[in-house]
Design a protein around this ligand. Structure first.
Ligand code: DGL
Length: 265
């Protein structure tokens, strides 16, 4: 199908996490139309088997690119990118398909052999894509990959601060803080939504890296290259979800507004 610049850019995540990427996309390209899709009925992806994540991602991509005629797909989920980006690019060779990966490169190069903590889902850290990334930078830094089971579920409930979240973070980070890291990579798009609490639990000054800004820039480049950039006006934003009857969409809209504040910290 031939696309024009007015067709929307689809942004896909298992739930609320991709909002942190959507935010960067809108900051960079406010003229574009966007459809944000949260597969909330199937979140979390990061604790499923990789085949299941791949099948869900391909199915959602079909809806967005074929039925809803999006001109490009941003896979705003590290887990879904690890599981399905190659298959998506094979299936849609003529459309921009952009993935996200943990921002290990800038973190590893941020100091003289820094100690870098990489927080991500179990699937992301297990998959080959991250293992290859790790190999590329392990001589530059001391890298500690740390899976964070349970964190996405809590964020999906709308818990972004408070004692319950801090107790979970303390438990997850317990063995990773002595000695304290120099840099933290938020390798799951949900985690920037709770970065204030992550900083609080870490307790010492630490530089935080996330993949959203780089993914937004790459999306801009790919749209330009394909002649698909919408240049004028203010774009529309539509939220969709596999949890259409539930409370997910109002929660996503509310978080989208508050994420704007937190990300500018
Ligand atoms: N936001 C997704 C990511 O970046 C994963 C969340 C999930 O486990 O569903 O990895």
């Amino acid at each position: 199908m031939k696309h024009d610049a007015n067709a929307p850019v689809a942004v896909l995540d298992s739930g609320l996490g991709g909002l942190t990427v959507l935010l960067e996309l809108i900051r960079l390209m406010p003229e574009e139309n966007y459809i944000y899709y949260g597969d909330a009925a199937n979140a979390p992806y990061g604790e499923k088997c990789v085949e299941q994540v791949r099948a869900l991602t391909l199915e959602r991509a079909e809806l967005l690119l074929e039925e809803l005629s999006a001109k490009a797909l941003v896979v705003a989920c590290n887990t879904a990118t690890s599981a399905a980006i190659e298959q998506l690019r094979q299936k849609y060779p003529d459309q921009p398909v952009i993935g996200i990966e943990p921002a290990l490169k800038p973190a590893a190069l941020s100091g003289a052999h820094p100690r870098v903590l990489v927080l991500a889902t179990p699937v992301t850290l297990r998959e080959n894509k991250f293992q290859r990334l790790l190999k590329s930078y392990e001589s530059e830094a001391e890298v500690l990959p740390l899976p964070c089971p349970g964190l996405v579920e809590m964020i999906e409930k709308g818990i972004l601060e408070g004692p319950e979240l801090e107790a979970l973070l303390k438990n997850l980070l317990r063995e990773a803080l002595s000695p304290p890291p120099d840099a933290v990579v938020l390798g799951c798009t949900h985690y920037p939504l709770v970065q204030r609490s992550i900083r609080k639990v870490i307790g010492s000054p630490v530089e935080i890296f996330q993949g959203g800004p780089g993914t937004a820039r790459e999306t801009g480049r790919r749209l330009e290259e394909a002649g698909l950039r919408r240049k004028d006006g203010k774009g529309r934003l539509e939220f969709r979800s596999s949890d259409e009857m539930g409370s997910w969409i109002p929660l996503a809209e509310k978080l989208f507004r508050s994420a704007m504040e937190q990300l500018s910290d």
